[in-house]
Ligand binder design. Sequence first.
Ligand SMILES: C[S@@+](CC[C@H](N)C(=O)[O-])C[C@H]1O[C@@H](n2cnc3c(N)ncnc32)[C@H](O)[C@@H]1O
Length: 281
Amino acid sequence: MRYLREALRSVLTPKEIELLPAGFNRVGHIAIISLPPQLLPKQGEVTRALLRLRGVRTVALREGVISGRYRRPKLKVIAGDPSTETVHRENGCLFKLDVAQVMFSLGNVYERARLPKLVQPGEVVADLFAGVGQFSVPIAKHARPSQVYAVELNPVAYGYLRENIRLNRVGHVVKPLLGDCSAVAPRGVADRVMMGILHVTHRYLPLALEVLKPSGGVIHYHESVPSELRFERPIRRMFDAAAGREVEILGKRVVKRYAPGVDHVVIDVMVGKASGKNIPS
Ligand SMILES: C[S@@+](CC[C@H](N)C(=O)[O-])C[C@H]1O[C@@H](n2cnc3c(N)ncnc32)[C@H](O)[C@@H]1O
């Protein structure tokens, strides 16, 4: 964090400068920072430096890890405009969201840009954990799918998903569905299934296989995994779930470091056609 180190050199001690975090996040007009307890008395100096950055009107402090089924962040506004609702621009898309209520990971930016390039014209895509449209919107905007089903459980995130479909003018392609994907995702329809969630993804693999067309298709399977099992565990889980169907690993990559010793990985998997016993009814 060159900027903060330089900006604060005259007001913090060298030891305090060392304690500054490696970076901060910028979502729309909001700068989000984590500070170690020793630097909390100096948060006034830190926020003043952040508010001097062009376009930053709010500074929020991260107070804990994103948690719960809805993946709700823990943030507190400590300076500037108290509103935590913003519009974030990325890769030609607009994402409106409330950073205190729904998750938006800047570490997934490359993934959000990569996915639309893989989608073939006319494909049907199912985004099982759509959030505010992080994948559905850029896929609809930059590729030419015939239909994107965007399923979201959290009513707050679903509200922003609908808003983002409108803001990005992709309502003719993206169909938002409110509810648990196990209950509301359409079966047997998709050429490509997005599984953009962590911690519980493997539990939904049987569902993802049911959502694919019986002729098969591609699954983008995300997982948070201990670094030493990176790729090995997600690939094993994929083969176990596919139970005899043909499986080809098309790609694998680390999306980001999730926590010390834990990686967020994604594997792109082509699954062959369903045999008689696993064709969805
Ligand atoms: C971690 S966010 C990820 C959003 C986006 N896919 C991404 O990768 O940036 C996961 C989203 O899945 C939603 N979710 C969790 N369980 C779900 C379920 N069973 N069905 C549908 N959505 C679910 C949460 O509410 C949350 O908005």
